[in-house]
Design a protein around this ligand. Sequence first.
Ligand code: UD1
Length: 337
Amino acid sequence: MKVLVTGGLGFIGSHTVVELQNEGFDVVIVDNLSNSSEEVLKGIVAITGKLPIFEKLDLRDKKSVQDFFQKHNDVKGVIHFAASKAVGESVENPLLYYENNIAALVYILQELEKKEEANFIFSSSCTVYGQAEVMPITENAPVQTAMSPYGNTKQIGEEIITEVTRVSNINAILLRYFNPIGSHPSAEIGELPLGVPQNLVPFITQTGFGLRKELSVFGDDYPTPDGTAIRDYIHVVDLAKAHVIALQRLLNKKNVEKVETFNLGTGKGSSVLEVIKSFEKVSGKKLPYKICPRREGDITEAYANTDKANNVLGWKAKSTLDEAMASAWKWEQKIRS
Ligand code: UD1
């Protein structure tokens, strides 16, 4: 069974390729290498013993997308990761985000619409909820006005997919990720942020390694128990496994709606200080940090209600924060050695 994974050399994509291959799927990766490297293929082979097909291709080029689907007309499912994801960059360069995250999506859906049957999994984000009023966040929480072009592309992407499934043979699952962290326990693949990491965990592991002087903790005056902001950090391997289960659900026609939405989180919120403590525990290192003002656009807290993912999708995150942090640390040490 052939599956297309766009952005399959990226952070979440590469971990999903591993889980797909472990389950016996034949994977074709499409990636333009804008924020990834062909080296990742070696890590995938080291873990699974199998080299996926790789097509270097830019999904913003409509003709290339058409040619791809003509060549690989036996693709039974698409997991679409390829997208830009830096909030600040999206504010600076919105059109890059609309082209990467929306135009490419439209071109893929145009090809899938021609098929008698198509199955599509979309990388969405808990960012669609903004600052939700009720914790933990269920899938029924209202989608709020996006605070950045990046966030807007996720909302618009969800809307486009929902509308297209109504008038086509495409079935889709929208996966709203909370905060993916960590790496494969083998440390053969992991997160490779370009430049200074914007996300908390890679900044912590780089600081732990001595590449950065200290972590800036963005705000200790939030209305939370320790004053720092709370997120739901989910191990990327758990997240990757959810994609395989979601795809199987569509392939086995177990979906009850043309478009289904699932939150992917652990259900547990952790504060920035708790994440630091977890890092210190698993690494045995003291992490230098200073308290700084809040980062603009940050919310106070977000963690998932996982009932629907647990009971309907049949998936549950297994790893603890410590396990995820330990894997992130192992990866950081491996890539710097
Ligand atoms: C961010 C994006 C989100 C996106 C996700 C992708 C913003 C506002 N949100 O989520 O839209 O889907 O990444 O991975 O950029 N923190 C520090 N010091 C740091 C870095 C982060 O204290 O150097 C804090 C933040 O204030 C936040 C928490 O750590 O409370 C997590 O931050 P981060 O990893 O950037 O994730 P989000 O902001 O939740």
